[in-house]
Design a protein around this ligand. Sequence first.
Ligand code: SAM
Length: 927
Amino acid sequence: MNAVEIEQAITDLAELPLDRANFPYAFLEAFGNKDTTIKRLRAGASNKSDLGGVLQTNHIHILTCDLGQVSQSLRALKNSPATVKAKAKFVLATDGIDFEAEELTGGEPPVACAYKDFPDHFGYFLPLAGITTVREIAENSFDIRATSRLNRLYVQLLKDNPEWGTSERRHDMNQFMARLIFCFFAEDTDIFVGKRLFTDTIAKMSAGDSSNTHGVIETLFRAMNMSLGERAAASIPRWADALPYVNGGLFSGNMDVPKFSKIARAYLLNIGNLDWTKINPDIFGSMIQAVAEDEERGALGMHYTSVPNILKVLNPLYLDDLRAKLAEAGDNPRSLLNLRKKMAKIRVFDPACGSGNFLVIAYKEMRAIEAQINERRVEKNIRSEIPLTNFRGIELRDFPAEIARLALVIAEYQCDVLYRGQKSALAEFLPLRSENWITCGNALRLDWLSICRPTGTEVRFQADDLFHKPLNQAEIDFENEGGGTYICGNPPYKGSQTQSKEQKSDLASVFDPLGISSRQIDYVGGWFMKAAAYAQHTVADAAFVSTNSICQGRIVPILWPEIYRTGCAIHFAYSSFKWANLASHNAGVTVAIVGLSRQPRTKKFLFDVSTSGDVTVKEAANITPYLTTGEYVVVTSQRRSIAGLPDMSFGNMPVDGGHLLMSADDAAALGLSDTDRRSFVRRIYGSAEFIRGLVRYCLWIPDEMVAYAGQVESIRARTEKTRTMRLASKDAGTREMASRAHQFRETYQGHKHTLVLAGVSSESREYLPVGLLNGRSVVSNLAFALYDAPLWTLALIASRLHLVWIGTVCGKLETRYRYSNTLGWNTFPVPTLTDKNKEDLARCAEDILLAREHHFPATIADLYDPESMPDDLRHAHERNDEVLERIYIGRRFKNDTERLEKLFDLYTKMSAAAGSAGKKTRKGTRV
Ligand SMILES: C[S@@+](CC[C@H](N)C(=O)[O-])C[C@H]1O[C@@H](n2cnc3c(N)ncnc32)[C@H](O)[C@@H]1O
């Protein structure tokens, strides 16, 4: 069940009188438990309650009780040994009048409310449905419920008016929903005079059979688009007169209203019954945007950026600075005034703004600072000098773009009420402004300089109709001399594999003019590049939430030299942290925050979020594009090891159409004598064979024995098929290989032994899988190999240091480490090793191999499962790390950050000596 369905189910449940026997099951059913689960609970088989209630293991203990016994019952539930034994996360008691519940594991405050209101706490119980979400969402049940109901109305209206779902009419539908939301908010917050004016007027004036509901709403909307004086001439009926003139673009343009069925009318009136004063524009905006998205509906936009994550961007970008200035100003009226004036000129620009949550938070935070200034200057009730229009955005999708502006309007009103009182807020609220400061369009195609123009240029255009003037143009300008622009947001991330054709071409439009191929660049890279280019023309800093892959692997040497070339450097960053704000299905995304600035700064800040969520900060002179502290560095592929390590190559490519490769059965079916088998058949290892212990063979025929092998019919049949396959190829190189059909494309092999290394490896493994094969084994092109390399090289590859280096400079393929010999091995910086060092490392490598042997026949996959890695093997690796790290710095590294800093430092020196340090390119840049 999705969140919308759950909300509906518990709302229905709360509307019925309490049925003591059935309530616990109905409650569990509402949260998506299957019939079979409920049946088993009812039968008592899985009900572990010791109090006569219902206890579902790992979930909840529910008790319905006599009138007035709710608090006692909840205490009993909490103290019940069965609750503890079954590891229940929630306890819940109700008598049908009162309702109390407590979450036992996460420290959330308990819920106590009237029974009929328990659906208001719907977010609190979402973990019961496997939807884990941050506290903010759970605490904003109103927003979830409102979204959920609007969602239902939206779906019903599309059912009643299918043509409104077509692409031509979607915009009208979205506009209609935005108008409704505004009216619900306005009627509950006294913006309309008279509580529930809008909903009650519809209830009163529209027929119960819903036939004229659309007409009534249309009349109300038309009234809101006219001053009172104009209404008589336009034949607006008296009953609509109580509604004020709103316009501001919101009620102009197309006045069409979709037709309402009875059920849609009931939904509408029901939404009006919610208490819209509780709306939280930053959260609500993000959720509501899901309403218009077929695929997102039901997920309630839960993968929006949470407020704490937004503040991770905005605080270091500029808010911390403003707060520091406020502290510095103390009570000095002049300094306070200067700060206020400066703030009025600051622009915040989110070029992928969704429904405006970054802009709303930025606005609210600045209003809080301004309020403190005003308080210290004893000017408490004065009008805010921070123009809402200084909070600009670009958004691709139409509905969120509209909601973004609405959310800002609501935020402004709420701030006015909070800091100046409701009277002043109301006096200035209507009519709404008519400017459009949220542009609906493609941020990678639009010219940011004209949407958020550099300071000191004149007003270009004043829109009177937000919805029907073409949106993709800059319509207002600012008088912002002296104020900076802060670009922020959470633009979309998409790796090159998942980009649509259009997105690839969007990226190309940014990078082609720079002479850079965008083929490997993540979509979000376009925003970084445009922000850096923008900052060349005006005072602007930028910070985005981004996939951490923008700071890893192959993309780094392509993207970052160009960004640095604009004069920008990273002035703050959050290195990778897990995205904590997603519904459970999306958990696991790792993000980073990267701030760019061209302003000279002596101190830069690198933040780190621990797994428990604690944030630490490190000051440094510089931050690298890999989000470590240190001098600018980008790691580029090298043909030879900068540390003089033995060559690592890809294994051998069969190009055989499957005829040189064989299963064990195939090999047996060759019917060879032991001697021939020894001469012509070898075990072959790719990543899967090595890691999962799969057995595969191949024909491996030495040149000098080709003639002899050709006489063995079973071998000849296979080489012939290989020849035919190669001859049929379109590739000239493959056809050429037909003349040596007994061979793989490459014929590399070790004589004494071969080290094999998987090309990709799960990120959950704590070490890269490397192994030692005997001299008769062949490595396929699906793994890397070092032929006859000394054993101490295995110790290097098996180290934590190497894993950390590979994860950073080679990047990941989805969630797996992706190895590269040229980018990972050849660049791996190793201090000069003495003979003693090599001996010690070789011993460590032997110990690792021996520990593995102790667990024969466990595979590498078994042995390196982090949940069950054997102690002796772990110990051998730790010893290996200890020995190697002492060679680097004389002690163990404290953490991976320290490892990386040392490695980059060493890399910079070693590659400079080799003449290949990351160079910055020189080409033209377009904004
Ligand atoms: C990850 S969301 C962030 C939105 C909002 N800040 C939030 O947290 O919910 C990225 C937003 O970028 C928008 N977007 C995607 N491609 C875009 C493009 N080319 N130009 C402008 N916006 C785009 C999406 O529609 C989406 O609203």
